[in-house]
Design a protein around this ligand. Sequence first.
Ligand SMILES: Nc1nc2c(c(=O)[nH]1)N[C@H]1C(S)=C(S)[C@@H](COP(=O)(O)O)O[C@H]1N2
Ligand SMILES: [Mo]
Length: 536
Amino acid sequence: MNRSDTETATGARGRTPPISRLHSAVACVVAVVAAVGAGHLVAGIVAPDSSPLFVVGSAVIDITPAPLKEFAIQQFGEDNKSVLLGSIGVTLLLLAIVSGSLSRSSAALSVTLILALGLVGTVAAASRPTFAVGWLAAAVTAPVAGILALLWLRRAARRAASENAASEMPKQVTWHVPDLGRRSFLVSSTAVAVGAGAAALGGSLLSQRTGAEQSRDALRALSITPNVPAPPIPAGADFAADGTPSFITPNRDFYRVDTALTPPRLRADAWQLRIHGMVDRELFLTFDDLLELPLYERTITLVCVSNEVGGPYISNANFIGVSLPDVLNEAGVNPASNQIATTSSDGWTCGTPVDAVMAEGSNAMLAIGMNGDPLPVAHGFPVRMVVPGLYGYVSATKWLVDMELTTFDAFTPYWVRRNWAARAPVKTMSRIDRPRSFAEVPAGRFIAAGIAWAQPTGIARVEVRVDGGLWQDADLSSEVNNDTWRMWRIELDVSPGNHRIECRATDRDGYTQTEQRVPPIPDGATGWHSVAFRAE
Ligand SMILES: Nc1nc2c(c(=O)[nH]1)N[C@H]1C(S)=C(S)[C@@H](COP(=O)(O)O)O[C@H]1N2
Ligand SMILES: [Mo]
């Protein structure tokens, strides 16, 4: 049947029948999908970080209250970003279903939803620290594509509804092709949804064309060889056979914590670091400038302040890079400056005490390599900061692009604005890796093992006790340096039944970790790790 037939049929009934609730809801859902897909595609072409999903996701990360963010990190671990994107998706879906179902006779509510989402996307984009005018392309395309898709699908739905109405009129039954309108709605909405999916995929592919991976591969071929290699790791640096982590953490297993929804993709050949503020000479360093300097390899353990007692956010690597004190001496640090403010390419900020970096014997570095490879993209390619003895959020800026010498009074970085401490040296801590919580072990003799760390002081002693009994000294692994973790193990003799094992470390300053449990916020958790297990 053609269009004028339909119009005659509806005209005969005297009104346009409302489209079905299902069609109205589907039209709205598919329109929102089309908006997101189109926005993602345009972002992929213009500026990958401007994708509506990413700007909204990043804005949500920024405004999420610290305790909730902590909860998400603890609860979902390193999947917390997928959970965030998934939640945004579900929220969009629910909003679209509700406003779609309420838009049967008029598109107004669905249009309003898409415009409102467009506004949220635009505000979120504008709130990003690296916002540029070009980002508006994606912010504007998304709602326009959404509304066009909506109107087109609603027209198909109206046709289906009129046909339905027409088919109720007996004289037309003979020539009515059953369900043609409904089928055409199905085809149209599937086509739009598939198109949106293809657009999103295209956008994702395009956004990888920044060449970060190629740039990394080029460096790998060049092979970053340190002028001063790290001393070889002695045998017996870990007790991996007894359940501790391996002494060096392979790059793929190295913990990852950051606010980046997708890791920034920078190229080494386009990278530049500006060093300015309270310095004698402002410096602009390129990646090649770094390669001209002596490259040191240093074995350093990195730990996150969010790590709970017994938590997983600690890893150890051979970092290759230049000496940060040397670079800063080149710039000439004004003695009145006490904070090094650093910024990543995605606008995250960090504040590091000048004295910690410039201290005699400081191993602070601008790292370009990790375990023999160029830095992985997720760990800050091409250049990050590493300062042994400070939690990551006050020292370990990834995708580093700006360094300003300033004071603690003059500048408050990202996490400090969210109530974490401005100064956060790593606390002396230890963890039990074996037995695992609620594990069953054979009754009698068995070996318990774990890790301890006290950067940059070094571990002097780890003690273990079972069921609140006497503390016993554990064996320590061969020491590598004061900036790395140290493994412990101990042979225990336990009777059948339920038990509890605890450990505590003492550092080279003679400080024994306190029993007092405090949460990670504001400057790192304390307390003895304790594990319940059963001997059979
Ligand atoms: N650009 C940027 N750098 C960052 C962060 C971040 O969110 N953005 N997080 C910091 C935190 S909190 C930690 S613990 C370390 C983690 O480094 P990793 O992911 O390489 O383990 O990076 C630090 N550097
Ligand atoms: Mo962290």
